[in-house]
Design a protein around this ligand. Structure first.
Ligand code: AMP
Length: 451
């Protein structure tokens, strides 16, 4: 089943695919089409960027007959409003020649009433975030008893967002007899749990093993001691506007994202987005990044999943993510549609264990880059980086290249003359601390416990 012809799609879908210019189904599309069309419960482990959305939409749309019944027959749950918007857009792209009533619902804006009105006009497919979906179901305007197919997209992030209870509540409103389709970038204990609790003999297809990044992404890592030095390195790298013509920068916290926005030299070319920003601001930031008005987008992990922005040249992890899977999601924003992408990771001393957890998940050591000579090492710390009163006293044997607290001028002088010191940053840290303790693979540990 290597071509769209082999799928025997109805003419309207075939024409839509032709308009989109897709030449052949991606591996996850090939693997999922028949089982989903056949009505089996299905679990697809595939990353964003693999064509997973269309992988479940095609068989669902192929099977969906025209109806003017008021209540939806297909429910798609997604963790973020951005992903909801994107899924609705993909459905619209696939259905210019089919009459399908689609509605996306999500919270965050004061639009519950307009969503209720839209629901009451009658819909075939409803796409929504769990909380808003459940709120609508409670109003009784949205009736879920006619749902035939349930899709849960990005299941792994549902848990991160604390949606477990909402999902269970929604399940109670659904008919018992239905087809369940789950998609997740990584296999997690939660996916396992859902499979055990709610799915009947599901067909499971894994497109790339858990944590394997796309091969079109080249990866590199820099050891950088603190926030302001990371910002200096970023300013240095971003000067190359040709190599880095569309850059997505991930920062671990909202405060950090805002601080980086204020610290970077490229203010007029930079947008920032995180969950505390108004929806309007978020939409505008994404738009200006998509249309190229902003070359640089600073983001937290909230938008890391699902956001489909094309031609990102570079993904920079300004902070090393706490969950190794998030790194895979971050870098999956680049190297899409067979284009070469570049992923750059910054890590400090405290983040070494996190970097190692990522490497062990990928079974790949990220190539190490020396801090460029021109990048000044700064001693100033952010309030979050400053030692807390209860922190153990600093070791007297600190490496000069990562030393903090010395004056800026001392530091830059050291940086310019003591290249050897700087070179041995990661080695010295290893010498000092031995092999950093790993956080441990949560999934493996759970599995071991179960046995
Ligand atoms: P997803 O993994 O669903 O986020 O999809 C990533 C991107 O791949 C989207 O922009 C899709 O429009 C695109 N895409 C999906 N299927 C195909 C295909 N068969 N050929 C080329 N591009 C595709």
């Amino acid at each position: 089943m290597n071509t769209f012809e082999d799928l025997n799609l109805k003419k309207q879908l075939k024409n839509a695919i032709a308009d989109l210019g897709f030449e052949k189904p991606t591996p996850i599309q090939q693997a999922s089409y028949s089982p989903i069309l056949g009505g089996s419960d299905f679990v697809g482990i595939a990353q964003t960027g693999t064509g997973k959305t269309i992988a479940y939409l095609l068989p669902i749309l192929q099977d969906l007959k025209f109806s003017d019944q008021p209540h939806p027959r297909v429910l798609v749950l997604a963790p973020t409003r951005e992903l909801v918007i994107q899924i609705v857009a993909q459905i619209e792209k696939l259905t210019p020649y089919i009459t399908v009533r689609v509605l996306g619902v999500y919270g965050g804006t004061n639009n519950m009433n307009s969503q209720k009105n839209a629901v009451s006009e009658g819909i075939d497919i409803i796409v929504g975030t769990p909380r808003r979906l459940y709120d609508l179901a409670l109003t009784n305007v949205l009736r879920l008893k006619s749902i035939k197919k349930l899709v849960i997209d990005e299941v792994d992030i549902m848990l991160d967002f604390g949606y477990k209870t909402q999902l269970k509540n929604i399940f109670e409103h659904l008919p018992i007899k239905r087809q369940n389709i789950l998609f997740s970038a990584t296999m997690t204990t939660y996916v396992d749990e859902l499979m055990d609790d709610f799915l009947v003999n599901p067909v499971k297809k894994t497109i790339s093993i858990s944590g394997t990044p796309l091969d079109t992404i080249s990866q590199e890592a820099y050891a950088v001691p603190n926030f302001y030095t990371k910002a200096n390195l970023l300013n240095h790298l971003l000067k190359d506007k040709e190599a880095h013509s569309k850059v997505l920068i991930f920062v671990g916290t909202k405060v950090g994202a805002d601080r980086l926005f204020e610290t970077l030299n490229f203010e007029s070319e930079t947008s920032v987005i995180h969950s505390s920003k108004e929806q309007n601001h978020r939409t505008k930031s994404i738009e200006s990044f998509v249309n190229g008005t902003s070359r640089i987008l600073i983001a937290t992990d909230v938008i890391s999943r699902g956001i489909d922005i094309e031609k990102i040249t570079t993904v920079i992890s300004f902070d090393t993510p706490l969950y190794p899977e998030n790194y895979i999601h971050r870098i999956g924003r680049t190297g899409r549609a067979e284009q070469q992408g570049r992923a750059i990771l910054f890590y400090n001393e405290k983040e070494i264990a996190l970097k190692e957890a990522i490497e062990s998940l990928m079974n790949y050591t990220i190539p190490f880059n020396e801090l460029p000579e021109e990048v000044e090492v700064i001693s100033q710390l952010t309030p979050e980086e400053k030692p807390k009163p209860l922190d153990p006293p600093e070791s007297p044997h600190k490496n000069t290249a990562i030393e903090v607290g010395a004056s800026f001028h001392e530091k830059s002088a050291k940086n310019s003359k003591e290249r050897i010191e700087k070179k041995s940053y990661s080695k010295k840290i290893k010498e000092r601390y031995g092999k950093p303790l790993r956080r441990g693979d949560k999934i493996q540990n759970m599995k071991k416990k179960r046995k």
